[in-house]
Design a protein around this ligand. Structure first.
Ligand code: GAP
Length: 484
C-alpha cells in the first residue's frame, strides 16, 4: 500500500463524495489543513472516540475521564515548555513568500541525492539543528543552491524559530497580559487537574486520567489530508506511577495500545513500533506506533515515559505542592511517603485513527458476472461496530404497502442501532450506495414479505443474501454487532 498516490487521491475524493470529510469553508475556497466531518464522517469519528473512551475508562479499573477547557492559564504553557520550545526553525523564500520548515526543505533535497551523499547532508543538518546554529543551516541551504518549489530561486531569509501555538486575546483589552493560547495538546489539562482528580476521586497510584478533545497547532507543512491538521482532536491518557516503576508501565502501555488498535480491526502487519532514539529532554523512553498509510509508514500514536517533568514544572510555576502521599509500605515497613508521580502517556490523534480506518476500509472490487459481463463496486469495509450506519432498510418498491412495513421495522430497530431508510432508485443502486458508506447490513422488504413476513438480508462484505423472518432482524443485527 505504501506510496500509493492514486489510491490516496481516490480515498480523499470518496470521503468528499459520500459525506465523510469536507474541506473547511470550502465555499470560500477552503482553509488550509482544516477539515469538517460530514454526515457520515461525524458518526464514524464519534464511534472511534467512544470505542477509545470505553476501553480506557469503562474497561479499566484505575482510569477516569475528564473534559478540561481548551483555554488555560497562560502560565501553563510557560511551565510545560511550549512557549519557549514548541517551535520549528523556518525559512522563507523572499520571492514567493513561501515558508518552509528547514528540516523538511533539506530532507526533500536529500532525497534527490545519491543515498550516501544524502545521509552526509542530513547528518550535517542534525548537528546544526542540535546546536541551534541557524546561520549554519542557512549557509547549508545556500551552499547547495536549494530552490523554492514555487519561485525556483534561492533568495532566502534568515532562519527563524516559529512557535506552533495559536494565540488569541481574552477579555476586552488587547495586550500582552491577555494573550492566551489555544492548547497544542490536551495533556496539560490533565496535569493541572492531577490533584483535583486524585483527591476528589480518592485515586490510588497507579492510576490514569483520560480525555479527548481539540488541539491546535500552526503546522507549517500541513499536508496529506487529515494526517497533519491545524485543528485536530487528540485522545490522551496520563498514567501516574510510583517513580522507579515507569518502565514496567511503559512496556504495559506499549503492548496494550497496539493490541487495542488490532482489536478495532487494524491488522497487526500494518502496525509497527518505532522507538525514539533522540529523546525529548523530559522523557526517559518514547515509542511511536506507526501505521502503513497509503503514503508510507507514519506515526499514529505515541507512548511516552515523561518522568515527573510536567508535574514538577507545574509545582514550580504555580508555587503549589503537587505531591502524592503513598501509604504503601516500603521494605522497612514504613509508608513510602510523599513524592511527585512519574507519568506514562498514551497519545493518539483521532483524525489519524480515522484516516487509518478509511485507508484500510476503502476497496475497489471488480468481477465477472454469470452472463460474462463485468461489474465493480467501491466498498468501505469499515468494521461493523464502528460503521456510521449499521442497517439500511429498503422497501423494494415505493408502493403496495411495502414502505409501511419497512417503516415498522425501522421504528423497531432505530432505538438499538443507527438505521438508514431509503426507497428511491433501483435496489442494486441502493446497495452500491450503502457499500460506499460502509453499511454492513441491508434489509429489503418485497412482496413476499407481505405473504410470509420474511425479508432479504444482504451482507456488505461478500454480498451474500439470505431470507430471514422480519421479526428476527433486530436480534440478528445486534448479535452480529456484538461479535465484533
Ligand atoms: N501530549 C503528547 C503529544 O501531543 P505528539 O506526538 O505531539 O504528542 C500525539 O502528538 C498524537 O497527536 C500524534 O501521534 C498524532 O496522532 C496526533 N497529532 C499530532 N499533531 C497532529 C496534527 N497536526 N494533525 C493531526 N494529528 C496530530
Amino acid at each position: 500500500m505504501a506510496n500509493d498516490a492514486q489510491l490516496f487521491q481516490d480515498i480523499i475524493a470518496h470521503c468528499k463524495e459520500y459525506g465523510f470529510i469536507f474541506q473547511s469553508s470550502e465555499l470560500y475556497d477552503g482553509l488550509s489543513a482544516v477539515y469538517d466531518y460530514g454526515q457520515m464522517g461525524a458518526p464514524l469519528k464519534k464511534n472511534l472516540r467512544d470505542a477509545w473512551w470505553k476501553s480506557m475508562t469503562q474497561m479499566h479499573d484505575h482510569i477516569v475521564g475528564i473534559d478540561a477547557a481548551i483555554f488555560m492559564h497562560p502560565t501553563t504553557w510557560k511551565a510545560s515548555g511550549h512557549v519557549d520550545n514548541f517551535s520549528d526553525p523556518m525559512i522563507d523564500n523572499k520571492d514567493s513568500n513561501k515558508r518552509y520548515r528547514v528540516d523538511h526543505l533539506l530532507e526533500l533535497y536529500a532525497e534527490t541525492l545519491p543515498e550516501a551523499e544524502g545521509k552526509i547532508l542530513l547528518d550535517m543538518m542534525d548537528q546544526l539543528l542540535a546546536a541551534n546554529d541557524f546561520d549554519g543551516l542557512k549557509q547549508l541551504i545556500e551552499s547547495r543552491q536549494i530552490k523554492c518549489s514555487v519561485s525556483k530561486t534561492c533568495n532566502w531569509t534568515d532562519v527563524r524559530q516559529f512557535n506552533l501555538m495559536f494565540s488569541t486575546q481574552m477579555g476586552s483589552v488587547a495586550g500582552e497580559a491577555d494573550t492566551i493560547y489555544l492548547r497544542p495538546e490536551t495533556a496539560q489539562g490533565i496535569f493541572v487537574n492531577f490533584l483535583n482528580v486524585q483527591k476528589t476521586g480518592r485515586m490510588k497510584i497507579p492510576f490514569g486520567i483520560a480525555q479527548t478533545g481539540k488541539a491546535f497547532r500552526n503546522e507549517i507543512v500541513a499536508r496529506q489530508f487529515i494526517f497533519r491538521m491545524r485543528e485536530f482532536e487528540q485522545m490522551e491518557m496520563q498514567f501516574f506511577v510510583r517513580p522507579g516503576t515507569q518502565m514496567e508501565w511503559y512496556s504495559y502501555w506499549k503492548e496494550h495500545r497496539k493490541k487495542w488498535l488490532e482489536s478495532i480491526g487494524i491488522p497487526a502487519d500494518k502496525l509497527r513500533y518505532h522507538d525514539h532514539v533522540k529523546l525529548a529532554h523530559y522523557a526517559d523512553a518514547a515509542v511511536d506506533i506507526e501505521f502503513e498509510f497509503p503514503f508510507g509508514w507514519k506515526e499514529l500514536e505515541g507512548i511516552h515515559s515523561r518522568t515527573d517533568f510536567d508535574l514538577k514544572q507545574h509545582q514550580e510555576y504555580s508555587k503549589k505542592k503537587i505531591q502524592y502521599f503513598d501509604n504503601d509500605l516500603n521494605e522497612d515497613g514504613k509508608p513510602i511517603g510523599n513524592y511527585i508521580p512519574y507519568v506514562v502517556e498514551t497519545s493518539i490523534g483521532l483524525d489519524r485513527l480515522f484516516l487509518t480506518v478509511i485507508s484500510l476500509s476503502y476497496q475497489e472490487e471488480h468481477w465477472t458476472k454469470e452472463d460474462g459481463s463485468n461489474d465493480s463496486r467501491v466498498v468501505m469495509k469499515i468494521p461493523a461496530a464502528i460503521a456510521p450506519v449499521k442497517l439500511a432498510i429498503l422497501p423494494l418498491l415505493k408502493k403496495d404497502g411495502l414502505p409501511e412495513i419497512a417503516r415498522e421495522l425501522m421504528n423497531e430497530c432505530r432505538p438499538h442501532f443507527q438505521c438508514f431508510y431509503e426507497e428511491k432508485d433501483a435496489i442494486g443502486k441502493r446497495y452500491r450506495r450503502m457499500d460506499a458508506i460502509g453499511t454492513p447490513f441491508c434489509v429489503t422488504i418485497d412482496h413476499q414479505t407481505k405473504e410470509d413476513q420474511t425479508v432479504t438480508i444482504r451482507y456488505r462484505d461478500d454480498m451474500r443474501q439470505e431470507r430471514t423472518p422480519m421479526a428476527q432482524v433486530r436480534a440478528k443485527v445486534l448479535e452480529l454487532l456484538s461479535k465484533i
